[in-house]
Design a protein around this ligand. Structure first.
Ligand code: HEM
Length: 454
């Protein structure tokens, strides 16, 4: 009955009840191809694909993407949307979804302090590369790219989050990396089982073979899900004493004690209320922030590194640009804004690689549903997302879309500067600028707060 309210939206794949379950499995194995097929087949900009236990409405026209991005949380929920692909309540903890106050902390205090903390971040980048890549040795050697970059990113992020010396503690760092991997693995396993699996297995348990199979599966699933408890225990052991010390200092000296470190622990303490002001609660927030930061940044950097080795003609112009800017402005966060070619290269690498084939998953939570500007209505409970990858590869959005053109955005910015009043849209085509046709950071109200200006 619920699904019938989506009848007006065309389907990619089968329409039959059982056949659409099969499509749910196909999506699991072959999601990007199904999304691309829908994108090509339905130029009106909206279609749906089957998941195990629900439809997934996909929008592809940039104006619809903007409508999704601009909708308030009480209409299209970001937090409930994440639950579709990552059951955060189950595998991380309910408070993270029900009171995501740390997103506000990141959006305000963390981003405001990036300028002030830039020297520390730069120092950690230099030290981390030196130590992890053993740069003093002159011989070439092979290293696994993503794992090595993760080690650098985890360390640099934690210089900002918890400072020295903990940001160099291997047990603490690898636990943060492992936590995210465990959470994603648990999420994949949970996603294999339709939502109704648990209650159904309870109902028919003890009597049938199916039930015994289900119980066996639950036993298989269990250890993966509980591995986050192990990560949490290590985080409590390594980070807990520092957080306890900071809570004690605040109790003793008040919120603005002299020499209070300018880091994530202090920023969280400014926003945390009631039961969130405990060691375990704060440790879980820092673990979750690491989760948001490490894998996204590591994958983005690794993709850029692979693109640099694939298209090495970009290397020298970027090096020259960096040397020129640093000679004139020094190493500051503001100086990074003058590195237009590097910025363009990173944006192009993100456009072609992205983080996934869809972005901005939202759940309709308003009882009146959600209405698009063309009149299409999604009922309460529907899930919607944007066809990010297909949008990035569409010739009507980008000239020669499949071609890696590292300096395309630098050229566009130069052309724009020559013909427009720059004060109007100074950020246009910069890496931090999101749009309906550029979605590596999402767009709109929930766009990644660390990098973006929508
Ligand atoms: C290159 C690195 C990164 C990429 C590609 C990235 C990407 C994203 C994306 C796609 C979203 C969801 C947007 C949406 O659904 O509309 C997001 C949200 C978010 N990101 Fe990032 N991210 C990155 C780095 C970081 C870092 C370093 C942090 C934390 C220090 C962070 C914290 C967050 C938070 C808190 C949100 C949720 C915002 C909200 O609730 O409104 N991200 N990010």
């Amino acid at each position: 009955l619920h699904n019938s309210k989506l009848d007006a939206i065309p389907i990619v794949g089968s329409t039959g009840f059982l056949a659409s379950f099969w499509d749910g499995y196909r999506f699991f194995a072959n999601g990007p191809d199904l999304i691309q097929a829908g994108y090509t087949q339905y130029p009106n900009g909206i279609f749906r694909v089957a998941r195990f236990s629900r439809w997934f409405v996909v929008v592809s026209r940039p104006e619809f993407v903007k409508e999704v991005g601009g909708a308030p949380e009480h209409v299209l929920s970001f937090h409930e949307g994440i639950e579709d692909s990552l059951p955060v309540k189950q595998v991380v903890g309910r408070p993270i979804v029900e009171n995501p106050y740390h997103h506000h902390t990141i959006r305000t205090n963390l981003t405001r302090n990036l300028h002030a903390r830039f020297p520390d971040v730069r120092d950690e980048i230099a030290c981390a590369f030196e130590e992890i890549l053993q740069l003093h040795e002159s011989e070439w050697k092979s290293l696994p790219a993503l794992k090595t970059i993760m080690a650098v990113v985890a360390r640099v992020s934690n210089r900002l989050f918890v400072g020295l010396p903990l940001c160099r503690n291997q047990t603490y760092l690898w636990n943060n990396v492992q936590f995210a991997l465990d959470v994603i693995r648990s999420a994949h396993i949970v996603a294999l089982f339709p939502k109704f699996f648990a209650p159904v297995s309870a109902l028919i348990s003890r009597t049938t073979t199916v039930a015994r199979l289900m119980i066996a599966c639950n036993r298989l699933v269990g250890p993966f899900i509980s591995s986050k408890d192990k990560s949490f225990a290590v985080a409590l052991q390594t980070l807990g004493p520092l957080v306890a010390e900071r809570l004690a200092k605040e109790d003793e000296l008040g919120p603005d004690w002299p020499a209070k470190p300018n880091d994530l622990i202090s920023w969280l303490l400014e926003d945390a209320q009631g039961e969130e002001r405990t060691v375990p609660a704060l440790v879980l927030r820092i673990l979750s922030t690491n989760f948001a930061a490490i894998h996204t940044s590591s994958m983005t950097f690794t993709h850029a590194l692979f693109d640099l080795t694939t298209y090495p003609e970009h290397l020298l112009p970027m090096r020259e640009e960096a040397e020129h800017v640093v000679a004139n402005e020094g190493w500051t966060k503001a100086a990074l804004n003058s590195m237009v070619k590097i910025d363009s290269f990173l944006r192009e690498s993100q456009r072609l690689n992205g983080i996934g084939s869809v972005a901005m998953i939202r759940k309709v939570v308003s009882k009146d549903g959600f209405r698009f500007s063309d009149g299409t209505v999604l009922p309460k409970g529907s899930f919607v997302c944007a066809a990010a990858r297909a949008i990035h590869y569409d010739a009507s959005n980008y000239k020669n879309p499949a071609e890696f053109d590292g300096f395309r955005f630098a050229r566009e910015r130069a052309e724009h500067a020559a013909t427009h009043d720059l004060t109007q849209d100074v950020f246009k085509r910069q890496m931090i600028s999101t749009a309906g046709d550029f979605l590596p950071f999402g767009t709109g109200k929930h766009a990644c707060p660390v990098f973006t200006c929508s």
